[in-house]
Design a binder for this molecule. Structure first.
Ligand SMILES: [Zn+2]
Ligand SMILES: [Zn+2]
Length: 612
């Protein structure tokens, strides 16, 4: 008989929202609280993400894949995979003896101290018009716990849990949290709920003597005393890592293979404006920067959702421009042919378009979601059950849609110290008739002067084409082809990327994203071959392991190899966007460029390339 527990501190890196699902007059969704009104993270909200990590890692430890991943109805069949043995069976069993209850209990995590609550205002910006897309219901208010807040985590094991492999799985799953790759609560893809687990203590208290039991009853359980083992996680992870290296990947996104993490400083060249309507209202300004409270002092932050929107719209622009060039072809093609080519191959939709009937969409580059709405009910149900991933455009697959989550996480980027002085700016709307300042049209704002934000982008199981597309997108951002925040027309929001770091985590050599082998003549054979050689070379320079993963990090000394590899990923992106024609029922019905205006083809007036 004994008592075993793990205690740790959960430190928020970005604001957290664990909602009640109930709205009030002032905010849409409130934080979860206990009976006394104290904020907490419910144990179930922690157990879910931890189980998800374990489910993805277990196949790499030799367990068979959990039946929960295969979808469908398994009736009374018991899974019995390593994850189910640890966290209990998913489906409640009629025969109680057969099913396994969870061997690990995760308690509600209370707050260390009462934080300042922030209200997050998320406004969806229509990328075509730049206006807030209110009619799209994209505005939401959230009550969030600010970054820097600490919660106390505690979990206990069943005394009968002796399965060494189940304990190893628990350890490597917790190691993901320790390495800062965890997220909890709502809207994690938009940058909320990222955290790091610290001060992890493993406590094992034997209750095999009367004295020990009396002691336990008198002083209370072991977590109140500082007697835990701080190295348990590292020891278990190291032992488990040796086993994982021998397994080859299964090659599907439900199984953990790899991750890519890049961190860089996004430096504004001049003024920078991100709006926080709440704070602007309080201060009487029309525009004020979004703040988050760190230790009760407000610091501006670049919201992950804003940066994500910027990256997505630039990525869409790149993909559509390239598709337009491809559709143009040689000068023998007719406008009709070009339109057909673009309509069947456009790799990136505009996710904000919604106009649809039961039979057709009526927007240019209509969203994948609006196409799905035109499908027959039984087809839609099929997509609901089995996922719509293979129907979606490349942008929806990378950045997510209402039909799939995103493997890309863009966190809130904190402001670096001593950058971004706040200054009030006046903008006068000039009356175009009289030339004088129009009454009531004066507009003021608090802008940040040359702020530097530290950005963190994390991509789970990256594919070569996704990395290539992100490389092109970030390069455009660095070169000023796209801006962040408001006021692009006034020259605001031009950014450069500084001090970047890139780290890959892999479980096996074959998990390191591979550029495709050259196939046909249209591809740049030399680039692809160089990339494959560079990848082999980089694999020989491993960094310090992280949890179950081996790491490979960017270093200036191998810059040439990294550039070659990135070139290969860009080629992979070109292949992917060409290789995937749109599903027939997703053929674009309208486009804003390949179209006729007053019986005249627009491309005839504005050709893609003017040939000699
Ligand atoms: Zn299972
Ligand atoms: Zn799409």
């Amino acid at each position: 008989m004994g008592f075993r527990a793990i205690t740790a501190q959960l430190v928020l890196r970005t604001p957290l929202h664990v909602g009640t699902g109930r709205a009030t007059e002032t905010v849409d969704d409130l934080l979860r609280r206990d009976a006394q009104g104290r904020i907490l993270i419910p144990g179930t909200s922690l157990a879910g993400p931890l189980r998800a990590i374990a489910t993805r890692l277990a196949p790499r430890l030799g367990s068979r894949s959990c039946q929960a991943l295969q979808g469908g109805d398994f009736g009374s069949q018991i899974c019995g995979c390593l994850t189910c043995r640890l966290f209990g069976d998913v489906t409640p069993q009629e025969d109680e003896k057969k099913g396994v209850a969870s061997q690990v209990i995760i308690y509600d995590a209370p707050l260390d101290k009462n934080p300042e609550i922030a209200i997050r205002d998320g406004v969806g910006i229509d990328r075509v018009t730049g206006a807030a897309a209110r009619k799209e219901r994209l505005k939401f208010d959230l009550e969030v716990v600010p970054a820097g807040t600490i919660f106390s985590l505690r979990m206990e094991f069943d005394p009968n849990l002796t399965d060494e492999r189940a304990l190893q799985l628990l350890a490597v799953s917790l190691a993901e949290w320790e390495a800062g790759r965890g997220a909890v609560g709502g809207r994690v893809g938009r940058g909320l709920g990222a955290f790091t687990l610290q001060n992890i203590q493993y406590r094992d208290q034997k209750l095999d003597t009367i004295e020990a039991v009396v002691d336990f009853l008198k002083i209370g359980p072991g977590w109140t005393k500082q007697t835990g083992a701080g190295d348990w996680l590292a020891t278990q992870s190291a032992a488990t890592r040796k086993q994982a290296q021998l397994l080859s990947p299964v090659g599907d996104h439900s199984v953990a293979c790899s991750w890519a993490l890049t961190e860089f400083t996004l430096a504004a060249e001049g003024s920078f404006l991100i709006n926080d309507p709440v704070r602007a209202g309080q201060g009487g300004f029309d525009h004020a920067p979004l703040l988050t409270a760190y230790e009760r002092k407000g610091e501006p932050v670049l919201p992950g959702s804003s940066l994500r929107g910027v990256l997505r719209s630039q990525a869409e622009r790149i993909a559509r421009t390239l598709a337009t060039h491809d559709a143009w072809g040689d000068n023998k093609r007719s406008s009709e042919e070009r339109k057909r080519e673009f309509s069947t191959s456009c790799p990136a939709c505009n996710p904000l378009t919604t106009h649809t009937s039961t039979t057709h969409t009526s927007d240019a580059v209509a969203s994948c979601n609006s196409f799905i709405k035109t499908l027959a009910p039984e087809k839609r149900r099929e997509l609901e059950d089995r996922g719509a991933e293979d129907k979606l455009c490349l942008a929806c697959r990378l950045f997510g849609s209402t039909w799939n989550g995103s493997r890309l996480r863009v966190e809130d980027a904190p402001l670096l110290p001593n950058t971004g002085k706040q200054k009030v700016m006046d903008f006068l709307a000039i009356d175009r008739f009289t030339g004088g300042g129009r009454d009531g049209a004066k507009f003021d704002a608090v802008a940040l002067w040359q702020p530097h934000f530290r950005v963190r982008l994390f991509l789970e199981n990256p594919e070569g084409w996704e990395l290539g597309w992100l490389v092109l997108t970030l390069r455009d951002l660095h070169e000023g082809l796209t801006t962040v925040g408001f006021g692009a027309a006034k020259g605001f929001g031009r950014m450069t990327i500084q001090s970047p770091s890139i780290t890959f985590g892999i479980l096996h050599e074959t998990d390191f994203p591979l550029p495709p082998a050259p196939e046909d003549e249209s591809e740049d054979r030399q680039k692809l071959e160089r990339a494959i050689v560079a990848r082999e070379k980089l694999l020989t320079h491993r960094g310090t392991p992280s949890g179950l993963y081996q790491t490979i990090g960017y270093a200036d000394s191998h810059k040439a190899d990294w550039l070659d590899l990135a070139d290969g990923w860009v080629q992979a992106f070109h292949r992917e966007r060409r290789a995937r024609p749109r599903a027939q029922e997703f053929t674009l019905q309208k486009d804003s460029y390949f179209t006729k205006i007053a019986d005249q083809w627009l491309p005839d007036l504005y050709p893609v390339e003017v040939s000699a």
